[in-house]
Design a protein around this ligand. Structure first.
Ligand code: AMP
Ligand code: GLY
Length: 426
């Protein structure tokens, strides 16, 4: 099979890494790719990742059989609908399904239809009415922009004034443009956050190994939210009982509802959850794999990845047993100085070869470029230093051993990735 992966982060490097191992892979391309991806996939220069006509042209000329979008943006903008019209398969939801991530209002409507547990909410397109509502119900509450805001459109407000400010920023100052024209205001939930990701053909699904992200920039879950500073898999937070609860109360009903609407969901469905007591409340859906969750999930899937995708494309996922490795996995993100705000770029990265030589260590690149044999930083999150081990503590030790060998100016990483594991087992 000839596959084109869209994206250029650590998630896409991990996707290319498992595709590369498949015996059914004939040719692998990635657009726009990154320095690390270039070593295992062909990265065509000059094809714009966000121009669907250029992508389609590339697919035709390169006889691409399957396009696999990594991030949400192409899916929300309709890449599946656009490319599939021309007879080329795309592994991801159509624009209707991708709206689960593209519009918080749509996601809430689907959740209500499916009877999925979620925070109580109201939708507003008028800032004055939104403020009156906040005045009436009081804090704490959560204000969410309807559209995509690169993960920055959610304001958890513990005081009414914070909620007024959030409404002003989104609806009056329009800091995220059209994405903030409508808002969802919902009740604040208290519990443990978890995510649950499945691979689905629209009717059947396979749960991928469980994982937990570390969203805050600094140790001890301090500092601002980021795209994710590290992850570990599996997580003891998701017990077998909770898995059943999530699948029967969230995943199955949502997939059934989308199918009933005439849009069976093909692809990866990511449920961001707040576990309150034993009930999984959905905070958000993503229409893709998580980053950096993918970097710890995919190395633990022992199936041939192309076979998994092919089974899903044929609607035959029920024929497959997903085989999860007994090993645990930890990924520590090394980021540029300044991330998640304005960050530095162009710093030479040293020590990658030494780190790569360690047993069971995989270095996933995110924001890097390759010049000759050297790698340079080119993004906020630079590397996902990933290690497998017999259990979480040994994977943590190995990942940090690898991190200690890698150097670039201003490198920042958390020193407590995976430690949350101990909280759930004690
Ligand atoms: P979302 O993009 O909707 O997942 O929101 C981003 C983050 O905001 C989540 O990961 C939670 O930490 C927090 N959050 C969102 N909704 C709620 C809620 N209803 N109650 C408490 N925290 C929330
Ligand atoms: N790591 C969180 C996400 O991919 O949405």
């Amino acid at each position: 099979m000839r596959i084109l992966v869209l994206g250029g982060g650590g998630r896409e490097h991990a996707i290319c890494y498992v595709l590369r191992k498949s015996k059914s892979l004939e040719k692998l391309y990635c657009i726009p790719g990154n320095g690390g991806i270039e070593e295992i996939a062909e990265v065509p220069k000059g094809v714009k990742a966000n121009d669907f006509s250029e992508l389609l042209d590339f697919c035709r000329k390169g006889n691409i059989d399957l396009v696999l979008p990594g991030p949400e943006e192409p899916l929300v903008k309709g890449v599946r609908d656009f490319i599939e019209k021309e007879g080329i398969k795309v592994f991801g939801p159509d624009v209707f399904g991708a709206s689960l991530e593209g519009s918080k209002v749509f996601a809430k409507e689907m959740m209500v239809k499916a009877g999925v547990p979620t925070a109580r909410f109201e939708v507003f397109d008028d800032p004055d009415k939104a403020k009156q509502y906040v005045e009436k119900v009081g804090a704490p509450l959560v204000v969410k922009a309807d559209g995509l805001c690169a993960g920055k459109g959610v304001f958890v407000c513990d005081a009414k004034e914070e909620a007024f400010q959030a409404i002003e920023k989104l609806m009056e100052q329009k800091i995220f443009g059209e994405a903030g024209k409508r808002v969802v205001i919902e009740e604040k939930l208290e519990g443990e956050e978890a995510s649950y990701i499945v691979l689905t053909d629209g009717e059947h699904f396979k749960a991928l190994p469980t994982s937990q992200d570390h969203k805050r920039l600094l140790d001890g879950d301090q500092g601002p939210n980021t795209g994710g500073m590290g992850a570990y898999s599996p997580t003891p937070l998701i017990t077998p009982e909770l898995k059943t609860e999530i699948e029967t109360r969230v995943i199955s009903p949502v997939l059934k509802t989308l199918a009933k609407e005439g849009h069976p969901y093909l692809g990866f469905l990511y449920a961001g959850l707040m576990i309150v007591g034993n009930t999984p409340y959905v905070l958000e859906f993503n229409c893709r794999l998580g980053d950096p969750e993918t970097q710890v999930i995919l190395p633990r899937v022992e199936n041939d990845f192309v076979e998994l995708l092919t089974a899903a494309l044929k609607g035959e996922l029920y024929k497959i047993d997903l085989v999860e490795s007994r090993k645990s996995c930890v990924c520590v993100v090394m980021a540029s100085k300044g991330y998640p705000e304005k960050y530095e770029k162009g710093k030479k990265i040293e020590g990658l070869d030494e780190a790569k030589k360690l047993e069971d260590v995989i270095i996933f690149h995110a924001g890097t470029t390759k010049e000759g044999d050297a790698f340079y930083t080119a993004g906020g999150r630079v590397l996902g230093v990933t290690a497998l081990g017999k259990d979480i503590p040994s994977a943590i030790e190995r990942a940090y051993q690898a991190v200690s060998l890698i150097k670039f100016e201003g490198a920042h990483y958390r020193r407590d990735i995976g430690k949350r594991y101990f909280k759930y087992i004690s």
